[in-house]
Design a protein around this ligand. Structure first.
Ligand code: CMP
Length: 137
């Protein structure tokens, strides 16, 4: 499957037309990440939002596993939206491919698609709630 086909299968993009998807695709940069690498680190400033195309990652806060993420999941929205330090560390469990957007590209994505913006908003609020409740998986 090509990266384009994989993008079309990502839930976040499921309500977009082909032309909308093409536009959104231009905002993103595919990045290959080796297993074991940290994609973002708790406490550091956040400059990128990422969507997983391939592979899986573990989310840890204060060393404890709080979630596992896989293809179609996104992360890094909290620090980028709010300008706060990263709330957790996300580590690649396998070799991965992620699509990365910097602050400006992420902001354009939200402007271009209210449907995506809503999904990210719902995800962010759920995660904040879990962080507050100290949910551990
Ligand atoms: P950010 O704080 O920028 O960097 C760490 C990321 O981990 C965070 O954005 C979220 O995308 C993600 N994250 C934080 N808490 C959770 C959670 N409870 N479940 C899944 N992902 C989370």
């Amino acid at each position: 499957m090509s990266v384009d086909e994989k993008l079309a299968n990502i839930e976040l993009f499921s309500e977009l037309s082909k032309s909308e998807l093409k536009k959104v695709g231009k905002l993103m940069t595919p990045v290959a990440v080796k297993a074991g690498r940290d994609l973002v680190r708790e406490g550091e400033p956040g400059r990128e939002f990422m969507i997983i195309v391939d592979g899986t990652a573990t989310v840890r806060r204060r060393g404890r596993v709080i979630a596992r993420l896989g293809p179609g999941d996104f992360f890094g929205e909290l620090a980028v939206i709010a300008g706060v330090p990263r709330t957790a560390t996300v580590t690649a469990d396998t070799d991965m491919v992620v699509e990365a957007l910097n602050r400006r590209e992420f902001s354009t994505l939200l402007d271009e698609s209210p449907k995506i913006a809503k999904k990210i908003l719902v995800g962010a609020v759920k995660r904040l709630h879990e962080l507050e409740e100290g949910v551990v998986r």
